[in-house]
Write a protein that binds this ligand. Structure first.
Ligand code: ADP
Length: 603
């Protein structure tokens, strides 16, 4: 506590606050004390009449004309606003005037001890009752005593002994009053200080509480968000497993079932041809699911890159339109094309495969979810934005699922009655691709009436990116070369080996098989005339990358073509870095393989 011990006041801003609070706390007591003191000052007039009749008029004048009216006036002033600023000074004046009144009474009737007692009451009231602060009370006490002494000395017939005798009592009363008043005020100030500290601590505590409460609320919110996320991901996991199980088992069922039937002699060749086409379709469906999964994982891990080509969207739309026409016809759905762009307006720079994938998915869905009516594909262009719509008269999508269907594994029908095939990944991929191409996707749909999916893409979106032109080679590769190659097939999987051997039948003179990287190296060493290795990447003991590296240390001529089923970004670069000449991903198509082989060995 920073307090001046002599003046008994705080050295800082607290003094102002303390005085303000002291005034507020003391006001009622001050008023009560002034009422009591006024009554007493008046009541003692009874003794004047009883004891000293000759000065009765003078004493009554002092009491009723001076002191009591002054006290009453100050009492009334206490109801004014400005009283707060001068209240101690006013009480101080009242003290002196009251004391002076008693002093006059003493010097007029020095032999009457009741007036000395009256002075003692003045001191007592001044120090303890009328709420004067210590300094003011002390000052008033000693001034009153001084006035008494001056008056007694110069204006009375009192003897020195009498004055000294009176002083003994008055000085003692002042000293006792001072000590007591000092202590009272000191402890009041200490209480004030401690209360203030307490208030501060309370404020700090309540602030800490508020912060804590806020944090608890935040944490609870985070907790619920995390819980929801966990539940959501659990739900998605279940949906994923259910979808995948369905999407793998269904075509698998077709493949295994019809493969079995191929061995059954009771079916005609024509029927068996039909089985083969079902097997192919089922295989394609499985491959689509796997491709979707790989695409989604590439998108989510940020590995999906853009390759820009210059294309004519009108040509693309027409190609897709004719591709889907038979399927639509089969379902009895009318396929309408509404792209009235001038041919030169259709030329844009975009990622062709992503653009294809967007349109294919949306048209495929429109046909899939429409039983009758029509599917309309439209496009328009404004500056560098190309807008498309795919409108169908199908089953529609409930409004509360319009957002959800763009999420992974989500289908509009949450209860998933599995009336339609699909992994619930198509629209997620579409949305990601549209955004990668600088556009937006949204839909309008009403249950039972149909849906319209809209999307935009930007032309020349990444103008800094160089255009890559992919050679469009649709010519079927037919290689019946007379050259018969010695080929090493590094493949641990039996079916994979058999399949490659069959594909290379027309160009292979001799096929050597190895099942590990080590074996492959050995075969290359033992067969220096081998021209080609089809190198599986994932093999036991030593993988294809390491084997290729080692082979390159002693044979730089042999053509190594890496083949992998991972189909992940970076596989090609890894293969080339390991020394392979090229890369092909599984499932391998005959034409693709022969084209690559031809590229290096001129069949
Ligand atoms: P799926 O493989 O299940 O078709 P998508 O991501 O392509 O996955 O679509 C998500 C869901 O959105 C679908 O399961 C279907 O419920 C709904 N949907 C998509 N397109 C249409 C459409 N044209 N009409 C009605 N529903 C659609």
């Amino acid at each position: 506590m920073v307090i001046n011990p002599y003046l008994i006041s705080f050295k800082d801003d607290n003094e102002k606050i303390f005085r303000e609070r002291y005034f507020n706390d003391s006001l009622s007591q001050f008023r009560l004390s002034f009422i009591v003191v006024s009554i007493l000052y008046a009541a003692f007039s009874f003794l004047d009449s009883l004891i000293i009749n000759e000065y009765k008029t003078l004493f009554h004048f002092i009491r009723f004309a001076i002191v009591v009216p002054l006290l009453a006036l100050v009492f009334l002033l206490s109801y004014c606003k400005c009283f707060k600023n001068v209240w101690q000074q006013l009480i101080f004046v009242c003290y002196i005037v009251g004391g002076l009144g008693i002093t006059i009474m003493i010097i007029k009737a020095p032999e009457n001890y009741i007036y000395y007692a009256g002075m003692m009451l003045i001191f007592a009231a001044g120090y303890f009752f009328i709420t004067l602060r210590f300094i003011m009370a002390t000052l008033a006490g000693w001034i009153t005593l001084l006035l008494f002494n001056v008056a007694a000395h110069f204006f009375s017939a009192m003897t020195t002994e009498m004055i000294i005798g009176a002083d003994f009592f008055f000085v003692s009363a002042n000293l006792i009053g001072m000590f007591a008043a000092y202590n009272i005020e000191f402890y009041k100030r200490r209480d004030f200080f401690l209360n203030q500290q307490l208030d501060k601590q309370n404020i700090e505590i309540s602030e800490t509480n508020e912060t804590l409460e806020r944090k608890v609320k935040e944490r609870t919110k985070e907790f619920f968000a995390a819980k929801e996320k966990a539940e959501e991901s659990d739900r998605l996991k279940t949906a994923f497993l259910a979808n995948m199980s369905h999407e793998i088992r269904t075509p698998m069922n077709g493949i295994l079932g019809f493969t079995d039937l191929l061995n059954d002699p009771c079916f005609t060749g024509e029927e068996k041809q039909n089985f083969i086409s079902i097997i192919q379709k089922s295989g394609q469906r499985m491959l689509n699911t796997v491709n979707d999964l790989i695409d989604i994982s590439k998108i989510e891990t940020g590995q999906m890159t853009l390759v820009f080509n210059q294309i004519n969207i009108l040509e693309k739309v027409h190609t897709l339109f004719y591709f889907f026409e038979p399927e639509a016809k089969e379902k009895g759905i009318e396929l309408i094309l509404n792209c009235n762009l001038a041919p030169e307006m259709g030329v844009i720079k975009t990622d062709t495969s992503k653009f294809d994938s967007i349109l294919t998915n949306l048209i495929k869905n429109a046909i899939k979810y429409t039983d009758s009516g029509s599917v309309e594909v439209g496009c328009s262009r404004s500056l560098n934005t190309i807008s498309f719509y795919i409108r169908d008269t199908g089953i529609g999508i409930p409004a509360n699922r319009h957002q959800a269907i763009f999420k992974r594994f989500e289908q509009a029908d949450i209860n998933d009655k599995r009336a339609f095939e699909g992994s619930g990944l198509g629209l997620t991929i579409v949305k990601a691709y549209v955004e990668m191409l600088g556009g937006n996707i949204w839909l309008e749909s009403e249950e039972g009436k149909g849906s319209t999916f809209y999307f935009t893409i930007k032309d020349d979106y990444y103008s800094g990116i160089e255009i890559q032109t992919t050679p469009q080679n649709n010519v079927r590769a037919e290689y019946n070369s007379s050259v018969k190659l010695k080929i090493i097939i590094a493949e641990d999987d039996e079916a994979g080996f058999q399949y490659l051997s069959a594909l290379l039948k027309t160009v292979a003179g001799e096929i050597i098989r190895s099942k590990t990287g080590i074996e492959t190296i050995k075969q290359v060493q033992e067969n220096p005339d081998a021209k080609l290795i089809l190198m599986d990447i994932k093999m036991p003991v030593m993988n294809g990358y390491d084997a290729s590296k080692q082979i390159r240390s002693f044979n730089s001529k042999i053509i190594i073509i890496a083949q992998t089923a991972f189909s992940l970004l970076g596989d090609r670069e890894k293969a080339l870095n390991a020394g392979c000449n090229d890369y092909i991903s599984k499932p391998i198509k005959k034409d693709d393989l022969l084209t690559i082989v031809n590229k290096y060995l001129n069949l």
